[in-house]
Design a protein around this ligand. Structure first.
Ligand code: ADP
Length: 257
């Protein structure tokens, strides 16, 4: 027996759910565009200021010429990394329906750390693997390496001057591969820890102005974690250091043996 009233109600329900989803999506997009415009306005204003200085004094004052060109270059760099980060986020969001691959984590981490060691020679790196040597996570290798690169770069960046120390630890439980990146850097106060994965959030703005960044790196990781049904979290003590932990499902093939 078909009760048409029920069917219409069901249909209305599905329709409403779809509309809510669309509404959320559009709202999300609008917020993204407005966040981005707002963030790009600051470096553009500085750039505009320096171009005006250059027009006025640049010809006669070599000091001013040098300073303003240098400052302009900094702002341009800031804007390009912001745009690059935003493209990364958009690309992640677009790959909503996708096939993932299985990535061997120990090999991926070893390769990445070898590269990092070459680039950051004053930094000391440690790696500990407490898992099956060929353990695989269900994630595109590029996304895994991208997330890890951001975490290691941050660990170095927020360790301050002098020798920085970064430790990567891999472990596993029944379902997940767990990747942790620890540093002995400046740490993050408790209040800020709740916000670091938000877009454009930067802890301690005054201090961090000196340290380049867009406030987008960790939100890229949050997107990656969500995409693969994993999670990312932080534990930190101000002045002591931070540990970021990325939990990703193990490769599906491991369950089908
Ligand atoms: P960015 O580094 O470009 O500012 P992120 O999204 O990667 O952006 O990080 C957001 C903020 O979280 C940083 O500005 C910084 O305040 C804080 N943070 C991230 N990683 C660390 C870390 N390892 N140690 C201390 N603070 C960190």
């Amino acid at each position: 027996e078909i009760n048409s009233g029920d069917e219409i109600e069901e249909l209305a329900d599905v329709f409403n759910k779809m509309m809510y989803k669309t509404h959320d999506y559009i709202e999300g997009q609008e917020r993204f565009v407005s966040d981005v415009s707002h963030e790009l306005r600051a470096p553009l204003a500085v750039l505009d200021g320096h171009v005006n200085l250059l027009l006025r004094w640049g010809k006669d004052d070599p000091e001013q010429l040098k300073e303003s060109l240098e400052a302009s270059r900094q702002e341009i760099k800031k804007m390009s990394s912001m745009i690059q980060d935003m493209l990364d986020i958009t690309r992640l969001k677009q790959s909503d329906e996708f096939q993932t691959e299985e990535t061997e984590v120990v090999g991926s981490v070893t390769d990445l750390m070898n590269n990092m060691e070459m680039i950051h020679q004053t930094c000391s790196f440690a790696f500990e693997a407490n898992l099956e040597p060929h353990a695989k996570a269900q994630i595109y290798k590029n996304h895994y390496v991208q997330a890890l690169t951001i975490l290691i770069d941050n660990a170095i960046k927020y360790s301050g001057a002098g020798q920085s120390y970064v430790k990567v630890t891999l472990s596993e439980d029944d379902r997940n591969i767990i990747t942790s990146v620890s540093d002995r850097g400046m740490g993050i106060c408790e209040e800020d820890q709740a916000h670091v994965f938000e877009r454009f959030f930067r802890a301690d703005k005054a201090r961090n102005r000196e340290i380049g960044g867009t406030g987008l790196g960790l939100s890229i990781i949050a997107n990656i974690a969500q995409m693969y049904h994993g999670s990312v979290s932080v534990k930190s003590e101000l002045g002591e250091g931070s540990t970021f932990t990325l939990v990703l499902p193990k490769a599906e093939s491991l369950y089908n043996l």
